[in-house]
Design a protein around this ligand. Structure first.
Ligand code: CDM
Ligand code: ATP
Length: 275
């Protein structure tokens, strides 16, 4: 059985408080975008190994047992005593991009196992499992536009459709550690709450829908700020870094002709249309 884990972008990201457990409370809107990995599971009988991970496409740092798809499998195996599986993961989604690629793989693994082995786990319970694997992992269970608060795991639906808008996502060859990005932030409550700005037309978001990480990440990696400027220069209606970076996305009107920009060979570039 195969699934296609997609990414999220953050529309606004306010880091409001540091918590006693070291994590941060935040407010953001997650929006799904169809830049996808491919994830397949097959039962592999007659083997002692619980799992074998075959990786294709972009490389991911770390051992197989550190991969979030394996962590998701082991979590479900503990609860449901699953048969051994072969896992094929084809990575298209860049890592360290703020696009939630690893979290998405993990959430889709939970959904795949639930469907393939007919475990009968509810979406709500899958969200509980997902939240143990990564702060924004649970979003990918329902995978629809969502207002998130808490550490990024308390959800309410938002009435927002960007259907038809074109998106350009650019990720320079720069790795931003999510942990370090949080460490450099001074939390504060936003002048313009994300939930309110998002109700305004996209054309009004430019100076009010803020990703707090930009202020700490751009000075360290000026190239990321330059990409955002370039997207505006070429007609983006709204542009922002996603999550803790290093990717930047630009939203363009449905009928706009997307610019052809030479970002250089080490830069990842995706264009698509939002659903
Ligand atoms: C920044 C976002 O991309 C916004 O969508 C996400 O909240 C990040 O979520 P994520 O990559 O799933 O994050 P995790 O892998 O759970 O956490 C990585 C590290 O970031 C810090 N962290 C993460 C989430 C959060 N609300 N507060 C934090 O301080 C913690 O130091 C944690 O050890
Ligand atoms: N299946 C996976 N895909 C990508 N990275 C994974 C995976 N499993 C574990 N990782 C580890 O997770 C780290 C973060 O990867 P991820 O793609 O989620 O980054 P990100 O885009 O910064 O996500 P986020 O928006 O959640 O911060 C990587 O450095 C990698 O070592």
């Amino acid at each position: 059985m195969i699934a296609f884990p997609n990414i999220k972008i953050n529309l606004g990201l306010s880091i409001t408080e540091k918590r006693p457990d070291g994590y941060h409370n935040l407010e953001t809107v997650f929006y799904p975008v169809a830049l996808e990995d491919a994830l397949e599971i097959r039962t592999s009988p007659g083997t002692d190994r619980k799992f074998t991970l075959y990786q294709h496409g972009m490389e991911i740092a770390g051992k197989p047992e550190d991969n979030l798809v394996v962590k998701a499998y082991l979590l479900m195996d503990k609860e449901f005593h699953l048969p051994p599986v072969e896992i094929h993961l084809y990575k298209h989604i860049p890592s360290g991009a703020g696009l939630g690629g690893g979290s998405s793989d993990a959430a889709f693994m939970l959904k795949l196992l639930n469907n393939h082995y007919q475990l009968g786990v509810s979406e709500e319970q899958l969200e509980v499992y997902a939240a143990t694997l990564g702060a924004d992992c649970a979003f990918f269970i329902k995978n629809r536009p969502t207002f998130a608060e808490g550490i990024g795991n308390i959800f309410s639906p938002v009435d927002l459709s960007l259907s038809g808008y074109q998106i350009m996502i650019i990720k320079p060859d720069v790795f931003v550690s999510t942990r370090e990005a949080f460490a450099n932030i001074r939390p504060h409550h936003p002048e313009y709450p994300v939930k309110e700005v998002i109700r305004r037309p996209v054309a009004e978001w430019k100076d009010t829908l803020i990703n707090d990480f930009e202020a700490s990440v751009f000075p360290q990696h000026p190239i990321i700020g330059d990409i955002k400027k370039e997207l505006y220069h070429h007609g983006a209606i709204y542009a922002s870094m996603s999550g803790s970076g290093s990717s930047v996305f630009g939203l363009f009107a449905p009928d706009a002709l997307l610019p052809e920009i030479d970002w250089g060979t080490d830069t990842f570039c995706f264009t698509g249309t939002l659903k």
